[in-house]
Write a protein that binds this ligand. Structure first.
Ligand code: NAD
Ligand code: ZN
Ligand code: ZN
Length: 395
């Protein structure tokens, strides 16, 4: 079959690889009909490169039809399913608590990590991903979400990651109806954080440097700001000088710029005091600029407010302004989304004929799998108005 593989930093290529097969009685094989490129895939592109092996199949946002199903899988050939990005058992201590990304059955203990993820480096188990014609789904007795035949793929596909991720970020941020929230970053995740927060009655301010991403968020009711201007000052002004009740960071560790902020300056200074062994990799791998969004969030959120991180962070020695975090009494929440925990709440909204989350205004590019390498580049460079790419392995 054809699959998108990682071959080196910034180098994805479509290769012929062996078809996946059932390996366990609870496995299923699906023929992939849609598979999206995620901001998290861009971290593999470069920052997480050291944890990838040439030939690794990437992709973790996939849906399709079951073509082969193990006897303990709960699925049958022909079923239409969306596959959550994490692999979880559904029975263990953590799954029972709705913490599926900590699943004790699939935890990657050798790396000290949580549950296995599809196509996401050796940190998460080197599981072959879903940007391919076929995908082997382990623990298919629990993970896959069965959906009907009426609606097109783009209405369901984002249950695999984007929607539960945004839902969890908002759920962690929201404490009282009517709260205000600032969303940092208007990529796919930030777009839905803004829409879901709005849907749940919050006032939404949103920041991104890219004009067409701001325009999309504005179409769905957010008050938008350009991160290259004094957006922090403007949002504080709009919130009685206090800052919003919550800030969602939907940027993560590859933020652009803003090294001018007071906290970023603090971080630069503090790195000079780290022992060389630690300081150097911090500067090279997680560089100060990479924490720009996190610092903005800490600066912007009101005293006693919540900072909800859905953007992925990977540094082990990232300098944090503990004085400010402590003094401002900020509550910080974070983590990979627990997909199955939120699906029951989200499904009625994606199936609603009024399309309250605006799924008809989201995907900017649908391309054949063969165009994956240029699609990655376009998404990373934000060319051609690209906000979300869906690859079609059947095209
Ligand atoms: N927690 C989870 O389960 C989970 C799931 C999926 C994605 N993610 C993470 O969420 C983040 C966003 O993903 P995405 O798919 O939306 O990717 P993306 O890269 O398209 O979005 C990031 C956005 O942030 C903007 N940005 C960059 N620097 C900024 C700054 N300083 N201030 C404001 N905006 C800035 C960019 O212009 C871009 O629009 C990534 O870190 C991704 O890994 C987390
Ligand atoms: Zn994703
Ligand atoms: Zn489990």
């Amino acid at each position: 079959m054809k699959a998108v593989t990682w071959q080196g930093p910034r180098k994805m290529s479509v290769e012929d690889v062996p078809d996946p097969r059932l390996e366990e009685p609870s496995d299923a094989i699906i023929e992939v009909t849609s598979t999206a490129i995620c901001g998290s895939d861009l971290h593999l592109y470069e920052v997480l490169g050291p944890f990838m092996r040439p030939g690794d199949i990437v992709g973790h946002e996939s849906m399709g039809r079951v073509v082969d199903a193990g006897p303990e899988s709960n699925l049958h050939p022909g079923d239409r399913v969306v596959v959550p990005f994490q692999i979880a058992c559904g029975n263990c201590y953590f799954c029972q608590q709705g913490l599926q990304t900590q699943c004790e059955t699939t935890q990657v203990t050798a790396q000290g990590s949580g549950a296995m993820l599809f196509g996401y480096s050796e940190i998460y188990g080197s599981v072959p991903g879903g940007q391919a014609e076929y995908l082997r789904v382990p623990h298919a007795d629990y993970g896959p979400i069965k959906v009907g035949d009426e609606l097109p793929d783009h209405r369901y596909l984002f249950l695999s990651d984007v929607l539960p991720t945004a839902w969890q970020a908002v759920a962690y941020a929201l404490r009282s109806p009517g709260d205000s929230v600032a969303v940092l970053g208007l990529g796919p995740i930030g777009q839905f954080c803004a829409r879901i927060a709005q849907h749940l009655g919050m006032t939404v301010y949103a920041i991104d440097p890219v004009p067409e991403r701001r325009e999309m968020a504005a179409r769905h009711g957010a008050v938008v700001y350009d991160s290259t201007e004094d957006s922090v000052g403007q949002i504080k002004e709009a919130t009685q000088g206090r800052g919003p009740d919550a800030v969602i960071d939907a940027v993560g560790m590859e933020a652009h710029g803003d090294a001018q902020s007071r906290l970023a300056k603090f971080a630069q200074r503090s790195v000079q005091f780290l022992p060389d062994k630690l300081g150097k990799p911090v500067m090279e791998k997680a560089g100060m600029d990479r924490l720009a969004a996190l610092y903005t969030g800490i600066e912007l959120v009101r005293r006693g407010g919540t900072l909800s991180l859905s953007g992925v962070y990977g540094g082990q020695a990232s300098p944090l302004p503990m004085l400010t975090l402590f003094d401002k009494q900020i509550q910080v929440t974070m983590g990979q989304a627990n997909v199955r925990r939120w699906v029951e709440e989200i499904l009625p909204l994606v199936e609603d004929s009024d399309d309250p989350l605006g799924l008809e205004d989201f995907v900017t590019h649908r391309l054949p799998l063969s165009e994956a390498p240029s699609a990655y580049e376009m998404f990373q460079k934000k060319e051609d108005g690209c906000i979300k790419v869906v690859l079609d392995p059947t095209a």
